[in-house]
Design a protein. Structure first.
Length: 425
């Protein structure tokens, strides 16, 4: 019987060394979770009175359990590397159509813009709108628009913030004072706007004190370098209160401002037969003031842009993928990386390459968004290192070696006893 007991000890020690060796071999494997060999004793039950049990008859390997503790986050600088800092797994769809889960965030882009793992599995996520909010609760493949350029966005609104000098004189006041009326360009500014094909044209705005009206300014748009005349189109008036705040008129959106009618601004687009922009543009003047200070522009922006090619991407802590283009635009429509979790992590089935499969023991998958609830946040440009403690594994290896030697010694001792019995005369 002692031979079998010692043999079970040798087998158990050998299996333990296998687990330790696997941990050491994967000490530098991204996302790898260390394993631990767990043993149980074997006892021969007796059918005698009282149900007393007999002596132990050895040891067996009860299970090999994964240790799902957090690994160190190592900065790599690669924008496609993503580490999970906290709970959760990346959900992936394997090439055979099955669903897997991994902590290895070394992602790649294929020729079609799909986000993949090193095994070729598709990384799953939620579609998002322009604000980065998820638009579905069902995850799908994350595909980035890396091929065709994003289309142009025609300008529909201009936001202006500046001060008009309350000390300015209108034409009648200037003449009465023996002065020449200020040229229209005195209070003027310009910004490039875009048509439907992304061709830019200058939108020039000029502000002239309304003749004979207090706290009112006429607003014109026109072409630089052309004398005052029919080439300048008046688009309306803006009115201020006694505190210097603009009060009228109102746009259809309810904001204070004016609308540049379609065809008012000359277009640089040779494909437009009219030579003028075909879309109206709202000018938000809600932040314009009339104080006794020099004319100065503090903000002038518009919402249009030309077509642009994909240049780079960024993934934030919430898993939202923002894509940047050659036209300077950054859009949050790349999707949001989904995370998955389980009631019983020990029930997951490892299949290699850092991937796990859902099983009956693990319980059904629970999906969610990074940084929400028990799911950890993401760190782009970084990977999660293996959680193997190399020093501890080396000590465990020495202990397992001693156990192996000790079990071998029990077999040797039993052999000597048997030899003595055999040689009795």
């Amino acid at each position: 019987m002692s031979f079998q007991t010692g043999l079970s000890g040798l087998n158990a020690s050998s299996r333990g060394l296998d687990v330790i060796g696997n941990n050491i071999a994967n000490a530098n494997t991204v996302g790898m979770k260390s394993s631990r060999a767990e043993f149980a004793d074997i006892v021969a039950s007796s059918l005698g009175a009282g149900g007393a049990s007999g002596n132990g008859i050895g040891v067996t390997l009860a299970t090999i359990s994964q240790q799902f503790t957090q690994g160190n986050v190592n900065i790599t600088g690669n924008s496609l590397d993503v580490a999970i800092n906290g709970g959760g797994f990346f959900q992936v769809t394997k090439t055979n159509g099955s669903t897997g889960y991994t902590r290895d965030g070394q992602f790649k882009l294929d020729k079609d813009g799909n986000l993949l793992t090193n095994t070729g599995a598709f990384v799953m996520g939620y579609p998002t709108d322009l604000t980065g909010a998820a638009t579905s609760i069902t995850p799908g493949k994350i595909t980035l628009p890396t091929g065709a350029p994003i289309p142009a966005n025609p300008t529909s609104a201009i936001v202006a913030e500046f001060n008009l000098d309350a000390r300015a004189k209108d034409a009648t006041q200037a003449v009465a004072a023996g002065l020449t009326p200020a040229p229209r360009s005195t209070y003027g500014t310009s910004i490039s706007v875009f048509d439907q094909q992304g061709v830019s044209s200058p939108a020039n705005l000029y502000f002239v004190k309304t003749d004979g009206v207090i706290n009112s300014w006429d607003v014109f748009t026109g072409i630089d370098g052309v004398p005052v005349g029919s080439t300048y189109a008046s688009i309306g008036q803006i009115v201020f209160d006694t505190a210097g705040q603009v009060t009228a008129p109102l746009l259809a959106s309810g904001k204070v401002g004016l609308t540049i009618a379609a065809g008012t601004i000359p277009s640089n687009n040779p494909n437009e037969t009219t030579g003028f922009l075909t879309q109206p543009i709202d000018v938000d003047l809600g932040s314009v003031t009339q104080f006794g200070a020099n004319f100065s522009v503090t903000n002038l922006s518009q919402d249009g842009y030309t077509a642009g090619e994909f240049t780079s991407l960024n993934i934030d802590g919430k898993g939202i993928i923002s894509t940047t283009y050659s036209n300077g635009q950054t859009l949050k429509t790349g999707g949001m990386i989904a995370l998955a979790d389980f009631r019983n992590l020990q029930g997951l089935s490892p299949i290699g390459s850092g991937e796990f499969l859902e099983t009956f023991k693990s319980g059904p998958v629970i999906l969610g968004q990074p940084g929400v609830g028990k799911f950890g946040e993401l760190r782009a440009g970084a990977v999660e290192e293996s959680n193997v403690d190399l020093t501890s594994e080396l000590v465990n290896m020495m202990t397992a070696q001693r156990n192996y030697q000790a079990n071998a010694q029990t077999i040797k001792t039993q052999d000597q006893i048997m030899s003595t019995l055999v040689n009795l005369r």
